[in-house]
Design a protein. Structure first.
Length: 505
């Protein structure tokens, strides 16, 4: 090609090869900018650079197509829209070739546009020295190499992540920020095969509708993972309808440069067999409890009917005896539940199963179970649950038993017709803090230290022993890594304060 002049340094192995491309446009015949290319050739040669030169852009593109160059020096004497379009065109065709622009203009805004359109550096005619040009070319080449290496590493990481997803034995899927499935491995497809093999493009709620939106929104907002345990998925097939249970982990995919979440990884483990075994054990425990409770509850109703005179008038001594007998029977009903827990805790050596749970549902269940005790003593409940602790990490069964025992204890000792307060909040360490407050006679200070021991003393000289309830509550709280305390004084009521860790296992 006539317009191509290669200038090699004889006998020297050159480290870099650079192509200088002159612009198709000129400002004036005698303008100093006409000497840019010649000056650039001389300065690059002094820096031990292999230099190629063409006098127009079209020839430059042909040469770049035919031969590899480490860098391109593009001579754009007049920076205008046309010149910037030329630069963008070259960068689009050869994105891996670093570009250094030479220009006669010194407008800072235009120089910024040069960089935005793909150039690594911009040198004006006033700064066109050998040192500046050689340094700019070498730095551009090095930056290009680093960017290419980084891009290759990102690609390798992406390939590795895709292989992990594809070949993992655990059901794994990639989700968009709008919660549509973009990738899913074979284990995921098989796990949710009742939906058909084509799961891509479907929203995650199509097959795990119970996923709490608040948890997913928190992952997207905080870029921190979330675990959800024992979620029931209803499976409707042609032949049957059944439930499956899954442990779900949701991890954010982050853009490290902008520190934002660009997607999610969802990992699902089918734990149906484990949950069903647990349910069978719970059913057995419930059957045992019911077997023991039924005659006790029946006796309680008969004793209540006798005390109310439904079987005839009673003498004062007989009425007092019936009332005491009925009180003992009611304690036995509560004790049955606590004894079953003690057996499970000390014989089976069970450990708390921590997962995210709905605190509002747990409290509602406790109040429903204790309704007869509230009605009997004309008590009311004031529930104060902070908005930020509707969902907490806890052992739902253990927390249920703790609240049952503390609320039952409050029902026993509160003034007739008074109010019992249950509050829940998160402290500065994000721990769950629960308080149960009654307005009873309070606790003797000398008895506070042993209040949660297995053989529990009475709360005061005027009170009856509290049985296993506080001991069981303390055991559950301590096994979960929490603490329990009572704040009280004689005739000043009592506040039971429970602090539980609120973090993923």
């Amino acid at each position: 090609m006539d317009s191509l002049l290669f200038l090699d340094l004889a006998g020297i192995k050159l480290p870099l090869s650079v192509l200088i491309v002159q612009s198709n446009r000129q400002i004036g015949e005698n303008h100093p900018v006409d000497n840019h290319a010649e000056r650039a050739v001389r300065e690059l040669q002094r820096g031990l650079v292999d230099v190629g030169r063409v006098t127009n852009l079209d020839d430059g593109l042909k040469v770049l197509t035919a031969r590899h160059f480490d860098a391109l020096v593009l001579d754009l004497p007049l920076l205008d829209n046309s010149s910037l379009n030329d630069l963008a065109r070259v960068h689009a065709l050869f994105p891996d070739t670093p570009i250094v622009v030479l220009t006669n203009l010194t407008d800072g805004e235009l120089a910024l546009q040069v960089l935005q359109n793909g150039a690594q550096d911009c040198i004006t005619s006033d700064n066109l020295t050998g040192a500046n040009l050689v340094r700019a070319v070498r730095f551009a080449v090095e930056r290009g190499r680093l960017e290419k290496t980084k891009a290759q590493a990102v690609k390798r990481d992406g390939d590795t992540a895709r292989q992990i997803i594809e070949y993992s034995p655990i059901a794994t899927a990639k989700l968009s920020t709008t919660l549509f499935v973009t990738e899913a491995n074979q284990a995921f497809v098989e796990g949710f095969s009742y939906l058909g093999e084509n799961l891509k493009g479907k929203r995650i709620f199509n097959f795990i509708p119970q996923l709490p939106v608040v948890c997913i929104e928190k992952v997207l907002r905080t870029a921190k993972p979330c675990r959800i345990a024992n979620f029931e998925v209803r499976v409707d097939s042609v032949s049957s309808e059944r439930s499956e249970y899954w442990d779900i982990a949701i991890w954010p995919i982050k853009d490290s440069r902008r520190d934002i979440v660009t997607g999610l990884i969802l990992i699902a483990t089918n734990v149906t067999e484990r949950v069903e075994r647990t349910q069978e054990m719970e059913a057995l425990n419930m059957a045992m409890m019911n077997e023991m409770k039924v005659p006790l509850i029946g006796a309680d109703r008969v004793l209540g009917a006798i005390a109310n005179g439904q079987f005839g008038e009673l003498s004062d001594k007989l009425e007092e005896a019936i009332l005491k007998l009925r009180g003992s029977n009611q304690k036995m009903i509560s004790m049955v539940s606590n004894l079953l827990y003690v057996h499970k805790d000390e014989v089976a050596e069970s450990k708390p199963y921590i997962a995210i749970q709905d605190l509002v549902d747990i409290v509602a269940s406790c109040l429903q179970e204790l309704e007869p005790f509230f009605v009997e003593r004309n008590l009311t409940a004031s529930i104060k649950i902070a908005d930020d602790c509707n969902f907490v990490y806890c052992d739902s069964c253990g927390l249920h038993r703790v609240l049952i025992n503390l609320l039952h204890n409050a029902c026993t000792h509160a003034q007739y017709g008074s109010e019992i307060v249950l509050s829940a909040d998160l402290d500065s360490d994000n721990a769950l803090v629960l308080q149960v407050i009654d307005d009873g006679d309070g606790v003797d200070p000398e008895l506070l230290a042993g209040l949660f021991e297995r053989v529990t003393p009475s709360r005061s000289s005027t009170r009856k022993p509290s049985g296993l309830g506080l001991y069981v509550a303390a055991r559950i709280v301590e096994s979960a890594g929490g603490s329990i305390a009572c704040i009280s004084a004689p005739f000043a009521g009592a506040t039971f304060r429970v602090r539980l860790p609120n973090k993923k296992p």
